[in-house]
Design a protein around this ligand. Structure first.
Ligand code: AMP
Ligand code: GLY
Length: 423
């Protein structure tokens, strides 16, 4: 079978590595890919938003299965275009990817179907938003409706900050048209957990849990990033929490989408907050998390291609989804200055060590080939993942492996997984 993966980050590297283990795969391509993905797939220089070129390429190579890793092409309707050309594609269609593409849509869906989430109001008019905020309780959360590289969420401590936030999102349009509509949401406190799931339109099977670290600096300080590290499983995601979420959040979400005529097939990523009043949905994503995929997929026992095909065919109920009884930690190696400004093009050394050690992975996020060398090519450069019997062991292993890798301006957080010490 010939597979095309769309995307270029650490998540797509983890997907490629997982897919490469499948006996079904004879040839893999990735558009546009990166220097690490090149080990498993032939990388082709087509951008993830170049739909016409992607469809033409898939046709020309007689691709049997396309896997879309990234949010932008999903929300933009790449799956629909591939399907229209008769190409089997794993991921939600445009009318279902709106679950991630519009926060106002997802909030209204949760309200309509009684899925636990923070109280909120949607606004298309900045004046109305400001009037509402005059009498609101603080802190309060402002969210640009559309995709904003994970940066469209502002937590405001007082009215002044909130006014500034409305200006940033709705008037200055810092996040572009994502700010045409804005969600104003109650501030929640609690432990955050990411739960990824496979969905075939009616059946949902959840994967092992994970936790991300979104802030750039140690102790959760500094700016929000795409994610600086993850661990899996989350010890805070207990059986009791899982039972509640299966009953009141996961299946109800899948059923709600189907009832709305927006049948969801692909990955639903539930961003949860474990509040004093029980688990609530922070956000939905319509794809694997990055860097959640880098700790979840290496622990998955199933054949990823088989599961993806079951989602497309509506036979997910026949799959026994299984994960290893161990743990994994991923530490992101970034370029100093990320997420604001940073330099690129520095040579990277140390990849060979990962080949010598079982259970250690070096996922490429922002890398490229330059004259035969692999050089830094982004803010998040690599994700170093290690497994262990326990979370603590996995963390020790992952940090030891970060020392194998050397490049100028290397930056990482030193407290990934620190929360597990509280358990
Ligand atoms: P989101 O993109 O919606 O997941 O938001 C990004 C981050 O902002 C989340 O991971 C939380 O840390 C934080 N956040 C979002 N919504 C809320 C909320 N209602 N209360 C507290 N924190 C929030
Ligand atoms: N790690 C968070 C995300 O992928 O959105």
């Amino acid at each position: 079978m010939k597979v095309l993966i769309v995307g270029s980050g650490g998540r797509e590297h983890a997907i490629a590595m997982s897919a490469a283990k499948s006996d079904k795969v004879e040839k893999m391509y990735c558009a546009p890919g990166n220097a690490g993905i090149a080990e498993y797939a032939e990388c082709v220089a087509i951008g993830a938003m170049e739909f016409d070129k992607l469809v033409a390429f898939a046709r020309e190579k007689a691709i049997d299965l396309v896997i879309v890793g990234m949010d932008d092409p999903l929300v933009g309707g790449l799956v629909d275009e591939m399907e229209a050309a008769g190409i089997r594609t794993f991921g939600p269609r445009k009318n279902a990817a709106i679950l991630e593409g519009s926060k106002a849509f997802s909030k209204d869906l949760m309200k309509k179907y009684n899925i636990p989430t923070a109280a909120y109001e949607n606004f298309t008019n900045p004046e109305a938003a400001l009037a509402y905020l005059e009498t609101a309780k603080f802190p309060i959360v402002l969210k640009a409706d559309g995709l904003a590289l994970g940066k469209g969420v502002l937590i405001c401590q007082n009215l002044e900050e909130a006014k500034e936030g409305v200006k940033t999102i709705m008037l200055d349009k810092k996040f572009g048209s994502a700010g045409n509509e804005m969600v104003v949401e109650e501030f929640m406190t609690g432990r955050e957990v990411s739960v990824l799931s496979f969905v075939d339109g009616k059946t949902i099977k959840t994967m092992t849990s994970a936790q991300d670290h979104k802030r750039a600096g140690d102790g959760d300080t500094g700016l929000n990033t795409g994610g600086m590290g993850t661990f899996s499983p989350s010890p805070f995601y207990t059986e009791e929490v899982d039972k509640f979420c299966q009953k009141y959040i996961y299946q109800p979400t899948v059923d709600a989408m189907a009832a709305e005529g927006r049948v969801f097939k692909g990955i639903i990523f539930f961003g949860l907050m474990l509040t004093e009043d029980g688990p609530k949905v922070l956000e939905y994503n319509a794809r694997f998390g990055d860097p959640e995929a880098q700790v979840v997929l290496p622990r998955m026992k199933n054949d990823l291609i088989e599961v993806a095909e079951a989602c497309i065919d509506g036979t997910l109920n026949e799959i026994d989804l299984q994960f290893e009884d161990n743990a994994a930690v991923c530490v992101v190696l970034a370029s100093e200055g990320y997420p604001v400004s940073y330099e690129k093009g520095y040579p990277i050394e140390g990849f060979d060590e990962f080949k010598k050690h079982e259970g250690y992975y070096c996922f490429h996020a922002g890398t490229k080939f330059d004259d035969g060398n692999i050089v830094t090519n982004g803010g998040r450069v690599l994700g170093v993942t290690a497994k262990g019997d326990t979370l603590k062991e996995a963390r020790k292993n992952a940090y030891a492996a970060t020392e194998w890798v050397k490049f100028a301006n290397k930056y990482m957080r030193h407290d990934i997984g620190k929360a597990i010490d509280e358990v």
